[in-house]
Design a protein around this ligand. Sequence first.
Ligand SMILES: O=P(O)(O)OC[C@H]1O[C@H](O)[C@H](O)[C@@H](O)[C@@H]1O
Length: 293
Amino acid sequence: MPAHESSDGKRIFLTHPKGASVEILLFGATVVSWKCRNRDGAGGPVERLFVSSKSALDGTKPVRGGIPIVFPFFGPPTKEQHAGLPQHGFARSSWWSWDKCTILDKDSGVSVRLTFQPAVSVTHDSVRLTYVVTLTEHQLSTNLHVENTSESDQAKAIEFQALLHNYIAAPASEATVVGLKGLQYTDKTDGAFPRKLETRDNVDVLNYTDYVYEDGPREYIVEWAKQGIKVKAIGLKDVVVWNPSIEAGKKMGDMEEGGWEKYICVEPGYVVGWASVEPGQTWMGGQSLTVVD
Ligand SMILES: O=P(O)(O)OC[C@H]1O[C@H](O)[C@H](O)[C@@H](O)[C@@H]1O
């Protein structure tokens, strides 16, 4: 059974014949585990995502780890229509549905589709979200589709931001990100939010890091020791590199002690400016994470 649901109906499991697996919590459609073997095939499947052991997984709070979905805005709300909504929007703290259908079931990969249609009273937009999660031997892809379902005579384009907030399991003291040199970024660790130019080939997270890079090359490599994960983005022009380090990590109630040493976030997103989708149209943005060691 390459895709099945837990007995309580709250989780979905994908399995691949070569040992890879994925676990998705329907709360937030949050991927909470992705395991696969190293490229040399030695050893068993390795967990590739970090989830804090102090994270709530019962739907009371967004998951601290895995891949929460940020939608329809990044950070605190700035548009009037989003006033009162939580940081990073509602997608990561809403229950999604699985239609029990496996849209791809082959030796090459397995894929499922989850959906969520927020109430218009919440979004002030008519929107349907679809999230497609695909597992292959060494790769996990997650693609978000945003459909503007408004049909009225006054139907208008929907503006939104979206980001796939991966927590890639890696030793933060060794991991660096390649692919950011030459990009403009906003340094959110400084309250003045200065814009800077990235001059480094390899960006580390040895210190508190919260950088929003604009218009990146859509392909980044996280590397450490002899291992690596390639992060590829589709339709998501920006990328956020975040690690709170001890400085900010200690202040997070759902972060396990030392958790910040165990991951690096390299989050493809559309977060500078607003993406837009016309009535009757669907926008798509996604990421693929591939083991490259
Ligand atoms: O604590 P959360 O709402 O889950 O946000 C976690 C982090 O998400 C992004 O990476 C932002 O750039 C950070 O500023 C934020 O701290």
